[in-house]
Structures are given as C-alpha cells and as structure tokens.
Design a protein around this ligand. Structure first.
Ligand code: ADP
Ligand code: MG
Length: 271
C-alpha cells in the first residue's frame, strides 16, 4: 500500500466550538491505483487531503505513507518527507499550487534542486514533464500569471510529477477547467497511472471521477459511507447518498432513476 488511512478523525475549532469534520475515515491506496473521493461541498474532502499532506493535524487515527507512519510528524519531519518527493499535490486553484513569482522553469526545477538533483538533470526532467502535460517548451520562461487557466493547471500537474512521486493528491484538479482541458488532464493522469503512480482524485462531481477512478470512496458529512470498485459504486450504489450522487450526475443519469427518486433520496437523507 502506498497510503493507508485508518480511523482518521480531524476536528476544527477548539473548546466548545470544536467539531468533528472527519470521523472514522479508513482508506487504502495501492501503487498505480486511482482512488476517487466524491462528496458534496463541505463534506470534508479537502480536509482529508490536507490531513494526508500534513497541513492539518489528525486528532485520532493513523496515516501511513509509503510504509512511513506520518501521523505524529512535526513540521521538520514533513519538510524532510516533502523533500524526498514521495508525496505531491495539485489543488483546484493552480495559483495555490504554484508560486506566482517563479517562472514555469523555476517551478519545475526548484523541487528537484531542493532534493539534491544536479541542475542539468533537473532542467532535463523539467522539459520531460512539460511535454508529458502537453505544453510547449517556449512556456518555460513564463510566469503563471501569463498562462491560461488550463496551461497553469497543467504546469501544476507537471510540478507535482517532476519529483517522480509515488502518490499524488489531486483536490478538484479539473473543477475550474473547461471541458477540453478537463479531458486532457484526465488523460494525463491515466497515462501516469500506467507508470505506477497512485492518485487520490477528489471531486464534488461523481461524473468526472467515474471515468478515471479504479475505486470510489463516497464522503458524506465527514464519514466514508461507501467504498468500492468504481463500476460497482456507479451501477449498484448501496448508500442513499451515493444513489443521490449517481442520479444527479448528468453523464450517469441514464443508469438510474429520475427526479422523483432524487427527491425521495434527498428527503430520506435530510430526515
Ligand atoms: N480551517 C478551517 N477551520 C474551521 N472549519 C473549517 C476549516 N476548513 C474547512 N472547515 C469546515 O470543515 C468542513 C469541511 O470542509 P472541506 O474539507 O473544505 O470540505 P470540501 O472540500 O468537501 O468542500 C466544512 O464545514 C468547512 O466549513
Ligand atoms: Mg474542497
């Protein structure tokens, strides 16, 4: 397993304002696997991503990345793990994954230099991953502010990949993109899976995860209510919330019932 999360709990706030945002979350990811995490806004998806990346603290449970128990890691240990490049991420807004003051070249080269790769080799790898995400070399000297949204997100993907990580966390990577860019990013992710990289692919839209994930985990109000092979989750969802997601996804709707059932499911969940 490249990632093993067990009984994860995360709280926000403190004292009387303290509330659980994630509880009892268990999930494993194998090398070369794409695990989709779906759930509505506020269900805790980004919190889960942030916990795995060491950006929020787990109040209970365990997170093991590539055999290393990172649960109690302090800032210094996280920096060391990041420097080794085992784990990378892409956020919805590429401006949050990219430094606006670094050219594309420097964004790609910097994580390699930090991990001790010689400059010439780093430059070579930067070019390699730029072409992997189907961008032209002439973009190497641009700042992120001078790229289109789709180009920027592809640079963010290249930057995540350049250290040749074993696991990449993608938090709504295509939600802000038009459909052409969306399709391209999904294709790039599929190609990389073939080379053994594992992905956690987060989306509020079951439709965009359905075509790419090997397994799907459904997050509802901070708990994983259903996890299974993508096909099984989509064709025979067990939890009412998953059924609601399937019947609400435009591209999947044919596989399920219409509006009357959606209303009934919503009423059941709200009760
Ligand atoms: N830094 C924070 N402090 C307090 N509450 C937060 C913080 N970040 C997120 N939340 C709350 O935690 C819940 C889950 O948020 P989030 O993980 O961002 O969900 P999602 O990514 O699924 O939309 C939401 O109710 C949100 O308001
Ligand atoms: Mg989010």
């Amino acid at each position: 397993m490249i990632l093993r999360i067990s009984d994860l709990e995360v709280h926000y706030g403190h004292r009387r304002r303290r509330r659980a945002v994630l509880s009892g979350v268990s999930l494993s990811v194998s090398p070369g696997e794409i695990v989709g995490i779906v759930g509505e806004t506020g269900s805790g998806k980004s919190t889960l991503a942030r916990a795995v990346l060491g950006l929020v603290r787990a109040s209970a449970g365990r997170i093991v990345v590539d055999g290393e128990d990172v649960t109690g890691y302090r800032a210094r240990q996280w920096r060391s793990l990041r420097r080794r490049g085992v784990l990378q991420y892409v956020f919805q807004d590429p401006l949050r994954s990219l430094d606006p003051d670094l050219t594309v070249r420097d964004s790609l080269v910097e994580p390699l230099l930090v991990s001790g790769v010689p400059r010439a080799e780093a430059a070579e790898r930067a070019r390699k991953y730029l072409s992997r995400v189907r961008l032209e070399e002439e973009l190497l000297d641009r700042l992120p502010g001078r790229l289109s949204g789709g180009q920027r997100q592809r640079v963010a993907v290249a930057r995540a990949l350049v250290t040749e990580p074993r696991l990449v966390i993608l938090d709504e990577p295509v939600s802000a993109l038009d459909s052409a860019n969306r399709v391209q990013i999904l294709e790039i992710v599929k190609e990389l899976r073939a080379s053994g990289v594992a992905f956690v692919f987060i989306s509020h839209d079951l439709g965009s995860v359905a075509g790419i994930a090997d397994r799907i985990a459904v997050l509802y109000q901070g708990e994983l209510v259903e996890t299974g092979p993508a096909r099984a989750v989509i064709t025979s969802p067990e939890h009412p919330y998953t059924r609601l997601l399937v019947s609400s996804a435009p591209t999947l709707r044919t596989a399920s019932a219409g509006r009357a059932e959606r209303d009934a499911l919503r009423a059941l969940l709200d009760s």
